[in-house]
Design a protein around this ligand. Sequence first.
Ligand SMILES: Nc1ncnc2c1ncn2[C@@H]1O[C@H](COP(=O)(O)OP(=O)(O)OP(=O)(O)O)[C@@H](O)[C@H]1O
Ligand SMILES: O=P(O)(O)O[C@H]1[C@H](O)[C@@H](O)[C@H](OP(=O)(O)O)[C@@H](OP(=O)(O)O)[C@H]1O
Ligand SMILES: [Mg+2]
Ligand SMILES: [Mg+2]
Length: 356
Amino acid sequence: MAPELQSSSPRPCHHSYYTVGYALLPSKVSSVVQPSLVALAAEREVRLVAVDVTRPLAEQGPFDLLVHKMYGREWRAQLEEFSAVHPSVPVVDAPAAIDRLLDRASMLDAVSGLSASVGIAVPRQVVVNDADPDDLPALGALRFPLIAKPLAVDGSAESHEMRLVYRRDGLRGLRAPLVLQEFVNHGGVLYKIYVLGDRATCVRRGSLPDVPQNRLLDVDTEPSVPFANISNQPLPDAANGADMPPASFVDEVSRGLRQALGLHLFNFDMIRESEEHGCGQYFIIDINYFPGYAKMPGYESALTDFFLEMLPPATPVHAQLGPGSGLDIEARKLDPGPGIGLRKVESDRAQVELAV
Ligand SMILES: Nc1ncnc2c1ncn2[C@@H]1O[C@H](COP(=O)(O)OP(=O)(O)OP(=O)(O)O)[C@@H](O)[C@H]1O
Ligand SMILES: O=P(O)(O)O[C@H]1[C@H](O)[C@@H](O)[C@H](OP(=O)(O)O)[C@@H](OP(=O)(O)O)[C@H]1O
Ligand SMILES: [Mg+2]
Ligand SMILES: [Mg+2]
């Protein structure tokens, strides 16, 4: 019989997996937590466990890592309580840092903070908080066409309902709070860059076509048109030859944003101003927290790598073999070889299991 182990934690360890808890809305679970991810993660000893958001978070687990994308004050309170009870479990990402992306007024601030040498910009925009956009005192230096975007990004379908506004009378009837952002002609191609910790993967998507100057003056046409979720469109054939941005540029912008935002899990939408309308300047127009990673090629392995990298380094745990034996063992993850070996160091790295 195996000698009884005394660990410094009261919780017994029953398995040899790292446990990643995830708190996500059902739509995000079905888009990201696909069987292919669960299977690949399991092969690498990572178990994905859904948080039950109807129960106190601090009582659930044990988790080695917690990832989340939930909205609201109650959830924030749950996270705070969880971290107070389990201070050694990393929570990805910090709610305050995520908050900046949930408001289109602050979402792109981090881009302006990147060094000028990076060569990235954001379109000019104004925030309309409560005034009727129809009688905006001034649009400042903004030039039509504009995109009207809802201010709040809260996971709702409405937060993606936009309007392309060609001229001033197209502002009539828009509902504040919103952001009016200059539309940049970009040849109908959008670059979506998925960031997962240190990794950045760029994919191309379809986007809105360029707006010719004469469209702005044609009073026989609609002054504004609605659209939504346009970047879920595949790239049109005509845009297939569009160049990818240089990998070194994508990496530099991603790294800068990751640091400025203090986030690990996000994507950003980038466009390049058409040469015929400008000088090929790159713009960032949108940043999304915990996007649809399954749309990224090879996401299963990238996400699993990320989970493993985010685990805190194994803290030496000293377990005594039998009361008073005086034999200290430093526990870390070992392959269970023949005979006695220490297997998994559980959750808060204070649990040890004997494999005999
Ligand atoms: N300033 C801009 N200039 C040109 N096109 C733009 C601009 N802003 C947005 N677009 C187009 O409108 C689409 C939707 O805008 P945006 O990305 O801000 O909305 P979203 O609903 O937050 O998108 P996502 O689904 O990526 O979260 C973009 O993918 C792009 O095709
Ligand atoms: O669920 P909300 O909070 O509305 O956020 C969405 C983002 O705005 C989109 O950018 C995500 O899609 P992409 O991964 O194609 O960007 C989209 O990913 P999804 O396809 O997993 O729903 C969502 O993350
Ligand atoms: Mg977008
Ligand atoms: Mg978005």
